[in-house]
Design a protein around this ligand. Structure first.
Ligand SMILES: NC(=O)c1ccc[n+]([C@@H]2O[C@H](COP(=O)([O-])OP(=O)(O)OC[C@H]3O[C@@H](n4cnc5c(N)ncnc54)[C@H](OP(=O)(O)O)[C@@H]3O)[C@@H](O)[C@H]2O)c1
Length: 286
């Protein structure tokens, strides 16, 4: 029997890549789960076992979980059937003797009934495997991700968020909490809501980005119809669009405005502010 390992999913994505780098730095035994092995080379992961792992190919789960006792789950994003893909993974994790699952979902599981990620959490909770649920609010890094083209090219934030506030979280805080949850025993069977320390509306977000970038950036509240058409133009299915519209309705109801103490309680420091984030990513706004 080889020594027990961590299996980290989503390593070609924002959160998973930072998490696995941090575990490797600590000299911990890790396996990197990738669905496209050719992508793994560019990640520069040293002393790491690379394994094939694809939510759409459940036959990859069992080999990936050999000798694994801690599993970090990044759900497949943009998928309204996330639970149907994650549940078979949990069944294999039970059989394989996984001892602890750290699972990324979303703050919205507490507000929207039967959200796929909420159903997946429920299944994990009933599995008998110890869990740590990390429920982040919307990411600050969406501004330098899918929103960047609008911000840079048109000076625009286009969202159907009305004048609601959101306590955005910096991905770097999610990574720090994930590493603590994976590597210590103090967070078993806990559910943490990960938010920034302050809720901002999109007018305030546009103002901060304008001040930092020196460019004029404005918030243009969208209608649901406008957003829905825009998402469909990117090729999203009707089901997927509906999932997103539920999330935006929840923002407008004020569900994502609350500030949680969980990042501070786990890390012993304040969460990163949006001002700090926008300075740190200054190259993005140029
Ligand atoms: N953005 C937000 O505001 C927000 C808020 C709350 C929660 N979340 C959740 O946070 C999680 C992490 O976000 P992130 O920014 O790190 O995501 P990301 O950068 O989009 O990365 C997603 C990762 O999942 C992998 N993946 C996708 N489909 C897969 C499949 N069928 N089988 C195996 N792997 C697959 C991707 O691999 P490939 O490189 O091969 O595609 C990639 O490594 C996501 O699950 C997201 O839903 C996001």
């Amino acid at each position: 029997m080889m020594s027990a390992k961590f299996l980290i999913t989503g390593v070609t994505g924002n959160v998973g890549k930072e998490v696995i780098d941090r575990l490797i730095e600590k000299g911990l035994p890790v396996k990197a789960a990738v669905r496209d092995l050719s992508k793994a080379e560019s990640l520069g992961l040293k002393n790491t076992e690379i394994v094939l792992f694809d939510y759409d190919k459940p036959e990859t789960f069992e080999p990936a979980l050999v000798d694994v006792d801690r599993l970090f789950i990044i759900p497949p994003p943009l998928n309204p059937k996330q639970h149907e893909l994650i549940i078979p993974l949990i069944d294999v994790a039970i059989q394989s003797g996984v001892k602890h699952i750290v699972n990324i979902s979303t703050m919205s599981v507490a507000h929207i009934e039967n959200l796929p990620l909420g159903i997946a959490e429920q299944y994990i909770e009933n599995s008998g495997i110890a869990y740590t649920f990390l429920r982040p609010n919307w990411f600050m890094q969406n501004c330098n991700g899918y929103m960047l083209e609008d911000i840079k090219e048109r000076g625009a934030i286009n969202l159907p968020a009305g004048d609601a506030k959101t306590s955005l979280i910096d991905i770097r805080d999610i990574v720090d909490v994930s590493v603590v949850a994976l590597t210590t025993k103090n967070h078993l069977n806990r559910k943490y809501t990960l938010t920034g320390g302050k809720a901002l509306d999109n007018y305030e977000i546009a103002k901060i980005l304008s001040d930092v970038s020196g460019k004029k950036i404005q918030y243009y509240p969208m209608t649901d119809e406008g957003m829905s058409l825009s998402l469909k133009s990117f090729g999203m299915t009707d089901e997927n669009v509906e999932m997103y519209m539920d999330l935006y309705r929840s923002i407008r109801k004020g569900d994502t405005a609350s500030v949680s103490p969980d990042v501070r309680n786990v890390l012993g420091r304040e969460p990163i502010t949006f001002e700090q984030y926008s300075h740190d990513y200054i190259e993005s706004w140029k």
